[in-house]
Design a protein around this ligand. Structure first.
Ligand code: SME
Length: 159
């Protein structure tokens, strides 16, 4: 098992470079989806102290709340609704610098100001999305997009 305390140093890019192998070591060899997603959210929360980080899982025509770290969140999101439902429908990562300007944004917390949602695909179908929220505007950039995409691509492969 990896070291329980995660302390990252350097630039954001350097922090992701340190964190991704830690996450890899946490999930590799474990087949349980929920256990793995739970540790991924905990590692992201510990590493970056994100305001909210978690997964929504595709169940029939809705996204249902999965493992997360942060304030209580809405449990079900319809396809096309909010940032998560839009990322699912459009099958693409959505980076939202100001959630107030995103039509239909679902405010689970009024403190959430910016957000990034990354889909996880298996055999061309989305089975989950990773949602990360910040309580600051413009808190995510192409570095987050690049590394969270990379994380979700290999998570999709091994989960
Ligand atoms: N803001 C999201 C809903 C999920 S919470 O942020 C945890 C959305 O608009 O889809």
């Amino acid at each position: 098992m990896a070291e329980a305390s995660i302390q990252l140093t350097g630039t954001k890019q350097e922090k992701y470079e340190q964190l991704l192998p830690i996450i890899h070591s946490l999930v590799v060899g474990e087949s349980d989806l929920i256990a793995n997603l739970a540790n991924v959210t905990a590692a992201l929360k510990q590493g970056f102290d994100f305001f909210w980080v978690g997964f929504y899982l595709v169940k029939e025509d809705e996204l249902v709340l999965g493992p997360f770290q942060g304030p209580i969140a809405c449990t079900r999101i319809k396809k096309g609704r909010g940032v998560c439902g839009a990322a699912w429908q459009q099958k693409q990562t959505l980076l939202v610098p100001n959630v107030d300007e995103f039509p239909g944004h679902i405010a689970c917390s009024s403190d959430s100001k910016s957000e990034i949602v990354v889909p996880l695909l298996k055999n061309g179908a989305i089975f989950a999305v990773l949602d990360v929220d910040s309580n600051q505007f413009n808190d995510f950039d192409n570095i987050d997009e690049q590394y969270l995409n990379k994380l979700c691509v290999w998570l999709s492969d091994i989960l």
